[in-house]
Design a protein around this ligand. Structure first.
Ligand SMILES: C[S@@+](CC[C@H](N)C(=O)[O-])C[C@H]1O[C@@H](n2cnc3c(N)ncnc32)[C@H](O)[C@@H]1O
Length: 276
């Protein structure tokens, strides 16, 4: 691991990688842009059920990637501002939104710099699936979330469960890793990006990805320290993609996969509010 570099440099490397992934995601089984353009929502039952009616709500989506979920929230009537630091991802999001006549404000920014870039406050701050492990400082992130919420406003997150870092698949069998991974920064040479199914990986020009393994107590602690009140927390045995070959599609929501027998929580959600 290169210890001589700082977190800004690590995030720049991630940014370059997420631009490469965004271009690969134009042709992705996970994002399925043809179905999306034809009107399919990219939202899953979990987040739709948690947020309920979003129409007329001022809605800030952090780390929106190529914008599918941001656009889906806007099609449910939310006034969406969507943020990401990968400019190629935002370009794709803008084109998709324009093609679907959906009005969204896309903001190109690192989430840590957002208070210097964006004015205003929101009824809902939202983020989902595969975001927190890319952030080097959760306390600073939680302050950004709190900064943009109106008094009485709600933060909602649906995220991949950190327990997944403790398991691996070897020859088709899931097992607990023999050693605990360090909390970070972890450095990985990444040369492929995810699809919906286990075998659907797409190769990309390789980059160094830096990540951090935040525990749920650390995440909750950061939000509480930023002044938010935690309202709900759930763990669910479903995953947003087929991460292990033995996973089967969820029978209730085709956007989810599960392990036979539901042995582990695979995702979690949390809602928190800013006091009036
Ligand atoms: C796994 S993707 C999120 C995927 C999203 N849930 C979806 O369904 O498309 C993570 C996103 O976080 C963005 N990102 C990572 N670190 C960031 C940062 N510090 N500021 C802004 N965006 C960041 C990446 O560019 C990428 O688009």
């Amino acid at each position: 691991m290169d210890t001589a570099i700082d977190d800004r440099t690590r995030m720049q490397s991630n940014q370059q990688g997420w631009n490469r992934r965004a271009l690969a995601h134009l042709d992705s089984t996970y994002y399925d842009l043809d179905a999306f353009r034809a009107g399919k929502s990219s939202l899953r039952s979990l987040e739709k059920g948690a947020l309920g009616d979003v129409s007329g709500k001022d809605f800030l989506h952090l780390q929106c990637h190529i914008g599918l979920n941001a656009i889906s929230w806007a099609r449910l009537g939310a006034n969406v501002t969507a943020v990401d630091f990968a400019d190629e991802a935002l370009k794709i999001g803008r084109e998709l939104a324009d093609g679907l006549n959906t009005d969204i404000t896309f903001v190109h920014a690192n989430v840590f710099d957002l208070p210097q870039v964006l004015d205003g406050s929101f009824d809902i701050v939202y983020t989902d699936y595969g975001v927190l492990h890319l952030l080097p400082d959760l306390k600073a992130w939680a302050k950004v979330v709190a900064h943009f919420l109106r008094p009485g406003g709600v933060f909602h997150i649906a995220e991949i469960h950190p327990i997944l870092a403790a398991v691996e698949e070897v020859d088709g069998v899931l097992r607990v890793r023999p050693e605990r991974l360090p909390s970070g920064p972890l450095e990985d040479e990444v040369s492929a990006t995810y699809g919906d199914g286990y075998d659907d990986v797409q190769h990309i020009e390789s980059y160094k990805q830096y990540s951090w393994l935040w525990t749920i107590p650390e995440i909750m602690g950061a939000l509480l320290e930023a002044g938010l009140q935690i309202r709900t927390f759930t763990e669910v045995p479903v995953d947003c993609r087929q991460r292990f070959s033995t996973m089967v599609r969820d029978e209730h929501d085709e956007g989810f996969w599960r392990l036979p027998g539901d042995p582990l929580p695979l995702s979690w959600t949390l809602s928190a509010s800013k006091p009036e």
